[in-house]
Design a protein around this ligand. Structure first.
Ligand code: SF4
Ligand code: SF4
Ligand code: SF4
Length: 369
């Protein structure tokens, strides 16, 4: 394989090659389920008591052993996440240890714990990028949605400290009933700092929080789609036509496991209990990296992904090319990768309806001119 081009192009080529050769090039370590915030829509957060009923966090040496074994298999990019990963007790030793293996690191964080010391640490130890979730435009929203009345101030402090050190970060935003009307203001905040903002309108059900999970807290399927189409992506008529033209293209779900992403091909996730999974949003198949070598775990995941039962309705669906369905959504929404996720179906129906309206309105305006 010849490597030339920008860093992004080289990375894309590496990913394609890794996909074909089932090389676990991209990993995620979910260090802990604990968090200093408590967001209404969170699918992972647990209290310490809830966590201890289920298991224990891995030690730093256990994580380093898994990372080393994953490196031997080809790990190159690692995302540290949680809960809030900066709360992991041995975060700095773990970070340095993995970094010294030559792994390129990113961090998902809520940003509230980044003070001068942490910003200096990241600056000194090199981080590829931080993905900071921006939950609202002010402390009132953070109090309501995240149970942290100082959250906005803390995130803005983090943004300032990172900018001062030229550390790359971007904002992610989870759209919920509490902040959905704030997207334009959140975009302005991102623009004023010169960073990207990626909004996500689909919220996974909090299945991992079990019986203690709050009721599902998310937009209706219609609200989510309208937000994407009219505010976040702001489709014009040409883009709407192009999107709907996807319906005529060959179906994207090709059978086998139904994975059209990198999970189980070149990507894996390890949850806070040391279980290896194809992706952090899918609760099965899984195998313990505390009981088996990473090599054995990866081979198991690759094989199990190929055998995952798939949703027949999705496989035969003529709307699949405009639908964002994936095995993790089937599992989370319907309890099995073979189940059909009603909420996702509703989103797709609304998407087609709204895109059609944009095209029809455009044609009507054209006739009037
Ligand atoms: S900051 Fe993230 S991990 Fe923490 S409670 Fe909110 S959504 Fe969950
Ligand atoms: S989730 Fe529904 S709309 Fe999407 S592919 Fe499956 S059946 Fe079709
Ligand atoms: S959430 Fe879905 S699309 Fe994303 S990695 Fe997991 S299975 Fe793939």
């Amino acid at each position: 394989m010849e490597l030339c081009g920008t860093a992004e192009e080289v990375e894309k080529m590496l990913r394609q090659e890794a996909d074909l050769t089932y090389t676990p090039m991209m990993g995620t370590f979910e260090l802990l389920p604990l968090c200093n915030m408590s967001c209404k829509m969170c699918y992972v957060r647990q209290t310490r008591e809830e966590m201890e009923l289920q298991g224990r966090m891995l030690t730093c040496d256990e994580w380093l052993r898994i990372a080393e074994e994953a490196c031997d298999k080809g790990l190159l990019y690692l995302l540290l996440t949680g809960g809030e990963p900066l709360l992991y007790p041995d975060f700095q030793r773990l970070y340095k240890g993995v970094s010294q293996m030559g792994v390129i690191l990113e961090i998902n964080t809520n940003g509230t714990l980044i003070d001068e010391k942490m910003a200096d640490f990241l600056d000194e130890n090199g981080v590829r990028k931080l993905n900071i979730t921006l939950y609202g435009k002010d402390n009132v929203t953070y109090a309501k949605l995240c149970n942290n009345p100082d959250g906005f101030t803390q995130v803005m402090r983090a943004a300032r400290l990172l900018k001062e050190r030229n550390i790359l970060f971007r904002f992610n935003c989870s759209l919920t009933p509490d902040n959905v009307d704030q997207l334009p203001e959140l975009q302005k905040i991102a623009d004023s700092l010169g960073v990207d903002l990626a909004a996500e309108e689909y919220m996974f059900p909090a299945v991992r929080r079990g019986k203690n999970a709050r009721n599902q807290y998310r937009l209706t399927a219609e609200q989510a789609v309208r937000e994407k189409i009219y505010t976040y992506r702001a489709y014009n008529a040409q883009e709407a036509r192009e999107k709907l033209a996807d319906l005529e293209r060959p179906p994207r779900l090709k059978g086998l496991s139904g994975f059209s992403c990198h999970a189980g091909h070149c990507a894996f996730s390890v949850n806070w209990m040391g279980e290896v999974l194809p992706c952090g949003l899918l609760s099965a198949p899984k195998i313990s990296a505390l009981e088996y070598s990473f090599d054995k775990c990866w081979n198991y995941i690759v094989d199990a992904c190929k055998k995952l039962p798939e949703c027949q309705k999705c496989m035969e669906c003529d709307k699949q090319n405009v639908c964002q369905v994936c095995p993790a959504m089937c599992y989370a929404e319907a309890g099995s990768t073979a189940g059909c996720p009603d909420y996702v179906c509703q989103m797709t129906e609304h998407m087609i309806t709204e895109l059609t309206k944009i095209i029809e309105n455009d044609a009507a305006v054209g006739k009037m001119l």
